[in-house]
Design a protein around this ligand. Structure first.
Ligand SMILES: N[C@@H](CCC(=O)N[C@@H](CS)C(=O)NCC(=O)O)C(=O)O
Length: 205
């Protein structure tokens, strides 16, 4: 089991996903507030924070040996390994573990960039076949297909991937990403995931 973790966090950010994962894992963590707008906490663009994460982004974890972890997908995968009693990952090397990684990587490498393209660069002339994330509709079709059987991405087994996928679909819906609020499959899945006690605790403060 890992020791105490310093968790650089702002509730209005992607770090909320990591907080849910920390709660699911049962990790011992201390919140270090980060601000984007000069409020209380360490500014994300301050020299002090950039010395920890040169990207100036949260979530950022500092482990008890000083190791810095960033990127939601990597952090969630690491937590699943570091806290095996939480049962967030199938056995290393199993096909199910591969499926868990597939969806953990899918959010950062396909869902997020495809959503950014659709919402912020809608007139991009780049051929989706040249883009690693293809096209937003293809990405949403793929997620809906993966979630159709349920209740989780690995069937009956909840895993680390569900934290990242459900949290991302939850905030995408809040930000008005197309086809998210309209999809019963996605909304049922997000509601199921957000009802978990760890998700409730993470949202509670
Ligand atoms: N690639 C990172 C993205 C994290 C990210 O975009 N964080 C934003 C908040 S949602 C941030 O910290 N922005 C502050 C800044 O850029 O100064 C991940 O997936 O964890």
């Amino acid at each position: 089991m890992a020791g105490k973790i310093d968790f650089y966090y702002n509730p209005q950010s992607r770090a909320a996903v990591t907080r849910w994962a920390l709660e699911e894992a049962g990790a011992d963590y201390e919140i270090k507030p980060v601000t984007f707008d000069g409020g209380d906490g360490l500014d994300s663009r301050s020299d002090e924070f950039l010395a920890i994460n040169p990207m100036g982004k949260i979530p950022t974890l500092v482990l008890d040996d000083g190791t810095v972890l960033t990127e939601n997908g990597a952090i969630i995968a690491w937590l699943a390994d570091a806290y095996p009693d939480a049962g967030l990952a199938p056995p290393a090397g199993s096909p199910e573990r591969g499926t868990m990684y597939r969806w953990l990587f899918f959010i950062g490498s396909c869902f997020e960039p495809a959503m950014t393209d659709r919402m912020m660069r809608p007139n991009s002339a780049i051929n989706p076949r040249s883009l690693g994330w293809g096209d937003y509709d293809q990405v949403v079709d793929t997620l809906e297909k993966a979630l159709a059987e349920g209740p989780w991405l690995l069937g009956d087994r909840f895993s680390a991937a569900d934290i990242y996928v459900a949290a991302s679909l939850g905030w995408a819906g809040m930000f008005g990403a197309p086809r998210i609020k309209e999809s019963a499959v996605i909304q049922d899945y997000v509601a199921r995931a957000q009802a978990r006690p760890a998700a409730q605790r993470a949202n509670g403060g």
